[in-house]
Design a protein around this ligand. Structure first.
Ligand code: SF4
Length: 204
């Protein structure tokens, strides 16, 4: 598994640190391929800080990096401690740090972890993915067999994360996947995001 990768000509480095996830989204690319951008992102053990650093240092042109993005073929906040531990080293490159998340971090850890994430991350992109709970459950298929056992709690946890994000992070946006929703549902998602104080909806 490659823990760090980038696309040709881009100044962002993606950090892939887990395959664990609380969702099983119908559109998730990991069900179709083992990797992206020439990197293998599925399988093998999760990295510690040293393994992540070695993977980043293998990339070329690090001086051009403007952004590190915690992502994954999985939900990166499962690796909260690594995100915290790596922040000073990543910041030493003078780059921004972004988190792409499904917004379930507080549910995953059973406590409010947004203040901890805010110390280690500058920008956050939260997968809203639907205009309402029932569509969210259909599209994202949250893990009803997990410790919580109630799919609606995943929707509520994501909304709570999104609502609080503007107060904790320098920049916060929501996202939806175009082909998973009807046009009307995308606009309803935009309205929902705005009602939560999020003014940028990324339609992927
Ligand atoms: S939250 Fe992300 S990693 Fe998890 S299943 Fe959905 S798209 Fe895939």
């Amino acid at each position: 598994m490659d823990y760090a990768y980038r696309y040709v000509g881009q100044s962002s480095v993606y950090l892939n640190v887990t395959n664990r996830c609380t969702n099983r989204c119908s559109f998730c690319v990991r069900y179709k391929t083992d990797g992206l951008g020439g990197a293998v992102l599925w399988g093998m053990e999760e990295p510690d800080l040293q393994m992540l650093q070695e993977s980043v240092l293998r990339l070329s042109h690090l001086a051009d990096v403007r952004e590190f993005i915690w992502c994954g073929f999985g939900e990166p906040t499962f690796r909260l401690e690594l995100i915290r531990e790596a922040a000073p080293w990543l910041r030493s490159y003078g780059a921004r740090i972004r988190l792409n998340t499904n917004g379930h971090a507080c549910l995953i850890h059973g406590r409010d972890v947004i203040p901890e994430l805010a110390e280690s991350v500058d920008e956050v992109s939260v997968s809203l993915n639907a205009p309402g709970c029932s569509r969210y459950v259909e599209v994202c298929r949250p893990d009803s067999e997990g410790a919580v056992g109630n799919e609606k709690l995943y929707w509520k946890a994501m909304l709570d994360f999104l609502r609080r994000a503007p107060y904790w992070f320098k920049s916060a946006q929501a996202s939806v996947v175009r082909y998973a929703l009807a046009e009307e549902e995308i606009e309803l998602s935009r309205s929902l995001a705005r009602s939560l104080g999020i003014h940028h909806l990324r339609v992927r």
